[in-house]
Ligand binder design. Structure first.
Ligand code: ADP
Ligand code: MG
Length: 593
C-alpha cells in the first residue's frame, strides 16, 4: 500500500485534545453517545441521498450500527453502513473543528472560569469525534465513501499533535460502505470493552436513534438433551426401567454469541401520545437537540385531513442567544422528516416565522415528496398549511405555560422569549389575537409582577374605555412622569412600557378586546370626564396666558393648551397626537447617535 501521510491538527483541535486527554476525567462514557450520533448522522445522509440515487445503497441495503466489544484485548469497534468519508473528507472532518456542538463547547469553556476543570461541560455539549480520546489512546477510523472506490484509514493517538491517513488495503478490513472506528482503550478505561456495559450505555444514551443499533452479545438457548442412565442408580424392576429410560432428558443452556438489537427504533413521535411520559419527551428533547436542561413545555400531536403530519414541539427553557439579543433569523430548531427520513433542519421562515424560531421540534410529513427542495418548501401549499397548524400549536403550548400553576414557569418564559412575541405583534398582524393574551407588562398597580392584558381589562373602571400606557426607559421614570397625576388620582391603571420594543408592539396591536391603547403622554387625553362648562370658563380665564407663553417660546413648541390632566404640577410637555412620543424620540436619537 502507498505510505501513510502525516497531518497536523488545527490548533484548536490540539488544544481540545489536550484538554480531553489530560483534564476531563468524569463522564468519559459520553464517547459512545458521540460516536453513535456521528454514525446516525452518516446513515441519515446516506438514506437521504438514496432517495434520489437508488444505486448508492445497492450493495449494502441495511442501514445499521454495530458495536463489538472485545473484553480480552480492551478494544471497541463501532461500524456503520452510512455515507463514509473520502480521503479529503477525512482530512477536513477529523482534524478541524467546524461542527456546532464542539464549537459551543469551546466557547462555554472559554466563558467558564475554571477552564478545563469543569468536566460537566462535556456532558452538556459533547465534543464530537474527539471524545473518543476520553477512553482510547489509539483511534483508527477506516472508511469507504460511495463517492470513492478506495477505502482510507485514519489513525490518531492521544498526546500527539498529528494524525496519519493511508489507503486501507487489508482484505480483512475492507467494508462495502460506511465507517468503522476502532478504539484501543486506555489502561484505566479498558472496562468499557464489556458487552453488558456497552448494552447499558446504548440503552441509556441512544434510545432515540432511529437506526438499529446491534451489540455483540453472548446469548443462551435452552435445549433439551438426552442424558444417559446413571449406572450407580439402583434399578427397580425391568418394566419400570424401560419407560424411565425413554424420558430421561435434561435442560441445558447452550451459549453462543450473536448480534442483538439494543435500541428501540420506533421514533417517539410515531408513538401514541397517551403512552409517552413527560420524562420520555424531555429525554428525547435533550438528546435530539443536544441540550442539558429540560424544556419548559412540549406538545405532541397528529393532524389529519387536508395535510397529514406528526410533530412534537418544545419551548426551550432558556434563549440560546441570551435575553438581550433579539431573534436570530436562522436556527436549526425544527427537524423535518418525510416518512421518517430526515430531510433538513435548515429553515428560514418556511415552517415558523422568525419571531417563533425559538420553538424546537420534529415534524414528520406524509404529504411532501422525499426529495423536497428548498424551492418546493417555499412554494408549497402543503407547507403553508403545516406552518399555520404548527404556529397554532406553538401558541397553545405557550398559553399552556401561562396557565400553569407554577407562575415562575411563565415568568421564565417571558424573561427569555417575551421580546420574540412583541416582535410578533409588529410582524404578524394575522395572529394578534393569539399573541396579545401572552403579553406581559408592568403597571402602575403592579410594579413588581408583570400583568397580562386580560388582568388589566378585568381591573378597568366601569366607565374606563381605553388601556392607558406610558413608555419610558424605566419604571422609576415612568411613574414619576407628570402625565400620570390625574389618571392615578382617578384610580386608573397605567401600563409601564419600559422595553424599547414595547411601544411599537402596542401601537401595532392598536386595541385589545375592543379597548384602544392610549398613550397618556400625547395631547388630547380624554379621561371621559369632560366638563364643557368648566372648560370654557377656564379657557376664557387663561386663554391669553397661553397665547403669551406660545409667543415667548415661539418655534420650540407646537402649541400651548390648557390641560385637565394635571393635579399638582403646573405644566407638562406632551407630544402631538400624530407625532412621535418622547420615548420614541429618545430611542431614535439613541439609534442615530
Ligand atoms: P459533528 O458531528 O458535530 O459534525 P464530530 O466531531 O462528531 O462533529 O464529527 C466531525 C465530522 O466528522 C462530522 O461532521 C462528519 O463529517 C465526520 N464524521 C464523523 N464520524 C463519521 C462517520 N461515522 N461517518 C461519516 N462521517 C463521520
Ligand atoms: Mg458528532
Amino acid at each position: 500500500p502507498p505510505p501513510a501521510e502525516k497531518f497536523e491538527y488545527q490548533a484548536e483541535v490540539s488544544r481540545l485534545m489536550d484538554l480531553i486527554v489530560n483534564s476531563l476525567y468524569s463522564n468519559k462514557e459520553v464517547f459512545l453517545r458521540e460516536l453513535i450520533s456521528n454514525a446516525s448522522d452518516a446513515l441519515d445522509k446516506l438514506r437521504y441521498l438514496s432517495v434520489t440515487d437508488s444505486e448508492i445503497a445497492k450493495d449494502t441495503p441495511n442501514l445499521d450500527i454495530r458495536i463489538y466489544a472485545d473484553k480480552e484485548n480492551g478494544i471497541i469497534t463501532l461500524t456503520d453502513s452510512g455515507i463514509g468519508m473520502t480521503r479529503q473528507e477525512l482530512v477536513d472532518c477529523l482534524g478541524t473543528i467546524a461542527q456546532s456542538g464542539t464549537a459551543k463547547f469551546m466557547k462555554a469553556l472559554k466563558d467558564s472560569k475554571d477552564a478545563g476543570g469543569d468536566n460537566n461541560l462535556i456532558g452538556q455539549f459533547g465534543v464530537g469525534f474527539y471524545s473518543a480520546f476520553l477512553v482510547a489512546d489509539r483511534v483508527i477510523v477506516s472508511t469507504k465513501s460511495p463517492k470513492s472506490d478506495k477505502q482510507y484509514v485514519w489513525e490518531g493517538e492521544a498526546n500527539s499533535s498529528s494524525f496519519t491517513i493511508q489507503e486501507d488495503t487489508d482484505p480483512q478490513s475492507l467494508i462495502p460502505r460506511g465507517t468503522r472506528i476502532t478504539l484501543h482503550l486506555k489502561q484505566d478505561a479498558k472496562n468499557f470493552a464489556d458487552p453488558e456495559r456497552i448494552q447499558k450505555l446504548v440503552k441509556n444514551y441512544s434510545q432515540f436513534v432511529s437506526f438499529p443499533i446491534y451489540t455483540w452479545q453472548e446469548k443462551g438457548i435452552t435445549k433439551e438433551v438426552e442424558v444417559e442412565d446413571d449406572p450407580t442408580e439402583t434399578k427397580k424392576d425391568d418394566q419400570d426401567d424401560q419407560t424411565e429410560k425413554k424420558k430421561k432428558t435434561k435442560k441445558v443452556v447452550e451459549r453462543y454469541w450473536d448480534w442483538e438489537l439494543t435500541n428501540e427504533t420506533q421514533p417517539i413521535w410515531l408513538r401514541n401520545p397517551k403512552e409517552v411520559t413527560t420524562q420520555e419527551y424531555n429525554e428525547f428533547y435533550r438528546k435530539a437537540f443536544n441540550e442539558y436542561l429540560d424544556p419548559l413545555a412540549s406538545s405532541h400531536f397528529t393532524t389529519e385531513g387536508e395535510v397529514e403530519f406528526r410533530s412534537i414541539l418544545y419551548v426551550p427553557p432558556v434563549s440560546p442567544t441570551g435575553k438581550d439579543d433579539i431573534v436570530n433569523q436562522k436556527t436549526k430548531n425544527i427537524r423535518l422528516y418525510v416518512k421518517r427520513v430526515f430531510i433538513s433542519d435548515d429553515f428560514d421562515g418556511e415552517l415558523f416565522p422568525r419571531y417563533l424560531s425559538f420553538v424546537k421540534g420534529v415534524v414528520d410529513s406524509h404529504d411532501l415528496p422525499l426529495n423536497v427542495s428548498r424551492e418546493i418548501l417555499q412554494e408549497s401549499r402543503i407547507v403553508r398549511i403545516m406552518k399555520k397548524r404548527l404556529m397554532r400549536k406553538a401558541f397553545d403550548m405557550i398559553l399552556g405555560i401561562s396557565l400553569s400553576e407554577n407562575r415562575g414557569d411563565y415568568e421564565n418564559f417571558w424573561d427569555n422569549f417575551g421580546k420574540h412575541l412583541k416582535l410578533g405583534c409588529i410582524e404578524d398582524r394575522e395572529n394578534h389575537k393569539r399573541i396579545a393574551p401572552l403579553l406581559r407588562f408592568f403597571s402602575s398597580q403592579s410594579e413588581n409582577d408583570m400583568i397580562s392584558l386580560d388582568e388589566y381589562v378585568e381591573n378597568m373602571k366601569p366607565e374606563q374605555k381605553a388601556i392607558y400606557y406610558i413608555a419610558s426607559d424605566s419604571i422609576t421614570s415612568a411613574k414619576n412622569a407628570p402625565f400620570l397625576e390625574k389618571i392615578l388620582e382617578k384610580g386608573l391603571e397605567v401600563l409601564y412600557l419600559v422595553e424599547p420594543i414595547d411601544e411599537v408592539a402596542v401601537q401595532s396591536l392598536k386595541a385589545y378586546k375592543d379597548k384602544d391603547f392610549v398613550d397618556i403622554s400625547k395631547e388630547d387625553l380624554d379621561l371621559g370626564d369632560k366638563n364643557e362648562e368648566k372648560e370654557a370658563a377656564v379657557k376664557k380665564e387663561f386663554g391669553q396666558t397661553c397665547d403669551w407663553i406660545k409667543k415667548r417660546l415661539g418655534d420650540k413648541v407646537a402649541n400651548v393648551q390648557i390641560s385637565s390632566r394635571l393635579s399638582s404640577s403646573p405644566c407638562v410637555l406632551v407630544s402631538g397626537k400624530f407625532g412621535w412620543s418622547a420615548n420614541m424620540e429618545r430611542l431614535m436619537k439613541a439609534q442615530s447617535a
